[in-house]
Design a protein around this ligand. Structure first.
Ligand SMILES: C[S@@+](CC[C@H](N)C(=O)[O-])C[C@H]1O[C@@H](n2cnc3c(N)ncnc32)[C@H](O)[C@@H]1O
Length: 338
């Protein structure tokens, strides 16, 4: 989704203060230690500042998405009346087509349970729910969940459930859902998150809720070698939220793998009606290993081998017992003769 401010570029990352090279070329060890100390302190201060900034932005993001603030909020949450009929239908249709293509390539069966993380106004829900037996919408705001349910019910009879996400502990929204979903959707959300840790949390949630053989369809906004395409948090969250978090294509591929998902397929959408530089990933978890049906002939061979060994063992044991009895009888007889 396009950012409110539309601002791009000017990405300023907090960096540790650097000391000029000549500063390190001191001949006295004491000054070297002082320079190193200053460098460490500067790095610590910069890191502390970054942490404060990140916490402030995270708080603003949680507040922003938790309740409607007007028509711009509805458009940003992709409500039908916020972005208009055509764009809204297109979001769901495009995503369903991408999913279908991935599912065909991966030979995935049609989904039973679909979960959407950050469902907003239900644009994807109405496209996926008719193909599923159960749809679970998760979102930060109750108003989004209510709107999503309204839209699904107006479209099909698939039962729809809701889960409210608390960004301070998003995992809570998945209680009781471990291994129960065939498809996990996260669309037009990753770019709005407040950094890699928030994205890691989402990917781990996908890993948890997906059933063996399940697929996560996750969309990111990617950046290229052009610095101006990199995401960044604005001085306030709502100044640049649509481009807060971006990855290179490979970075996200590796991040997904690090979180226990297997990246399988990818498709790029360099530009669409809403924005640009989108990448979609099909991420799977291994299907449960099905025990192969028993091979009757092999079973017979094995059984015969086992029976032969068993009979030999029994015969051996009997031989040993008989010899033992014989020896002890002889010993008794010898003692009596003596
Ligand atoms: C642009 S809307 C996208 C809605 C829907 N996924 C779509 O594609 O039309 C973004 C939605 O993500 C939700 N959201 C924002 N940050 C989130 C996060 N960290 N985790 C889950 N949902 C989030 C918002 O509440 C909002 O409903």
């Amino acid at each position: 989704m396009r950012g409110r401010s539309g601002v791009e570029g000017g990405h300023v990352q907090g960096r540790p203060v650097t000391v000029s090279p000549t500063g390190n070329k001191s001949l006295t060890g004491g000054i070297d230690v002082a320079v190193r100390g200053e460098r460490i302190l500067a790095a610590a201060l910069a890191a502390a500042g970054r942490r404060r900034f990140r916490n402030r932005i995270a708080g603003q993001a949680a507040r922003y998405w938790s309740a409607p603030t007007g028509s711009a909020w509805e458009a940003n949450s992709h409500w039908r009346n916020g972005i208009g009929d055509q764009a809204w239908l297109e979001v769901g249709d495009d995503h369903w087509k991408i999913y279908e293509t991935f599912a065909r390539a991966l030979n995935s069966p049609s989904p039973n349970t679909v979960m959407e993380w950050g469902a907003g106004g239900g644009a994807n829900a109405v496209a996926f729910a008719p193909h599923a037996q159960r749809f679970i919408a998760a979102d930060i705001s109750q108003e989004n969940l209510d709107e999503c349910v309204r839209q699904v019910r107006a479209t099909c009879t698939t039962p729809v459930e809701t889960r409210r996400i608390d960004l301070a502990c998003p995992e809570q929204a998945t209680v009781g859902l471990a291994g129960s979903c065939d498809v996990f959707l996260c669309l037009y959300v990753i770019e709005l998150t407040t950094g890699a840790n928030a994205v890691r949390a989402i990917l781990k949630i996908a890993r948890t809720v997906l059933a063996p053989g399940g697929t996560a369809l996750v969309q990111i906004k990617y950046h290229t070698s052009d610095r101006r395409t990199r995401g960044f948090a604005g001085t306030a969250y709502d100044r640049n939220f649509a481009s807060t978090t971006t990855f290179t294509i490979e970075e996200f591929w590796n991040l997904a793998a690090e979180c226990g998902l297997t990246p399988r397929l990818i498709t790029l959408v360099p530009e669409n009606r809403l924005d640009s530089r989108y990448a979609y990933y099909a991420l799977t978890i291994p299907a449960a290993v099905q025990p192969a049906p028993p091979d009757e002939r092999l079973l017979d061979v094995k059984y015969t081998e086992f029976a032969a060994t068993f009979n030999a063992d029994v015969a051996d044991a009997e031989r040993r017992a008989a010899r033992g009895n014989y020896i002890s009888r002889r010993e008794v007889e010898t003692t009596v003769d003596d």
